[in-house]
Design a protein around this ligand. Structure first.
Ligand code: DAH
Length: 363
């Protein structure tokens, strides 16, 4: 129903408030419906026409008709209302509003910044390690995170039921009992099975690094995580010796931690290498004098390595890996551990929380 100006019998402030509020809301609705210049002209005439426009009616019906005592008050209210109606009707003209948005648009203001993502510190460290070996002629090889017992253990010379398997805290996929043991699935415990996959694919000579995610049934704490990352390495050719292994890893550690670090090779055991060695570097915090980081020893243990066991090569004899003719070395390092030492991070869990305040420090 279109709005009509009511007569006022009651001139109390409350009754005036109500009448004014009705009128305002009527005008708001009519303004919202204005779509064209013709609509606007109709609106202007209805509200502001001298003869019988709504403002004129208010003057007659509200002000002139008011009792003497109320005139002063009503006059003031009606005047305020007139000013409001006039402005409202004028600004309802189509195009007025958008023109004012254009006036307000300041193209010299800075735009909305969309922050760029950055490499996660684990990815960054992985890429750094790969880059060091790429310069020495290594290419990148990958393998699946869900592996068979054959690739993860058997081909790496862990015989079925051998106690060396117990060192790996394996997470097995359930419901595999009906399969032969070598086909049963598990989450790979190390990147070493990629050695097997690489030797199946490529004849010697071979030089590969294999980065990737690995899993162990470990309870999370400051230095353990059921998910972590490794970079594996494998080089096989004629006459590869332990000196090649030492020279390669000494160079890689100097690239990674600075030319001042020295390396030493400590006797160790892995089923897939013979002999095996743990590689240690001089503590880059105290320079070898002894501090809390290196537990006062001056040395930090960084990775496992060794000469590829002839039994591992023999799995691929038909593809050119005759242990009588070729030899090689292999190594494997934990990416989080290296990143923690490089950046002075004391809790491995920080890598997996996804807290931007931690991550953006590596951007
Ligand atoms: N696979 C071993 C681990 O997860 C690391 C390792 C040690 C890899 C010696 C190697 C190696 O290739 O030669 O602990």
């Amino acid at each position: 129903m279109a709005y009509t100006v009511p007569k006022l019998d009651d001139y109390s402030p409350a009754a005036l408030d109500r009448a004014i509020a009705d009128l305002r809301s009527a005008l708001e609705h009519e303004v919202a419906a204005v779509k064209s210049d013709a609509d606007h002209e109709a609106l202007r005439i209805r509200w502001r026409a001298r003869t019988n426009g709504i403002l004129t009616q208010i003057n007659d019906l509200w002000l002139k008709a008011a009792p003497k005592e109320a005139k002063r008050d009503v006059g003031q209210r009606v005047n305020e209302l007139k000013t409001w109606v006039e402005e409202k009707v004028e600004s309802a003209k189509p195009g007025t509003a958008s023109a004012s948005v254009a006036d307000k648009l300041d193209i010299t203001l800075p735009g909305i910044r969309r922050p760029l993502g950055a490499e996660h510190p684990v990815v960054k460290t992985t890429n750094e390690i790969i880059g060091i070996f790429a310069k020495m002629g290594y290419s990148v090889e990958t393998g699946p995170e869900i592996e068979t017992d054959y690739y993860n253990f058997e081909s790496m010379n862990f015989p079925p039921n051998h106690p060396a398997r117990d060192t790996q805290d394996t997470i097995f996929i359930a419901g595999q009992e009906s399969k032969p043991q070598r086909d049963r699935l598990l989450l790979r415990t190390h990147t070493s099975p990629v050695q097997t996959r690489a030797m199946e694919k490529h004849r010697p000579p071979i030089r590969v690094v294999a980065p990737g995610k690995v899993h162990r049934s470990d309870t999370p704490d400051a230095s353990h995580s059921p998910i972590f990352h490794q970079v594996e390495g494998l080089a096989v050719d004629n006459n590869i010796t332990f000196s090649d292994l030492k020279g390669t890893l000494d160079h890689a550690m100097k690239e990674l931690f600075g030319s001042d670090v020295k390396t030493r090779f400590f006797p160790s055991f892995f089923p897939f290498t013979e002999p095996s060695a743990d590689v240690q570097v001089t503590c880059f915090k105290c320079g070898g004098k002894g501090c809390r980081l290196c537990k006062m020893s001056g040395w930090i243990e960084l990775l496992g390595s060794g000469m590829v066991d002839p039994k591992v090569l023999a799995f691929h004899k038909d593809n050119g890996y005759d242990p009588e003719k070729v030899s090689g070395f292999a190594f494997g390092m934990g990416v989080e551990r290296i990143a923690m030492l490089k950046y002075g991070i004391d809790d491995i869990q920080l890598f997996f929380h996804g807290d931007v305040r931690f991550l953006e420090q590596f951007a």
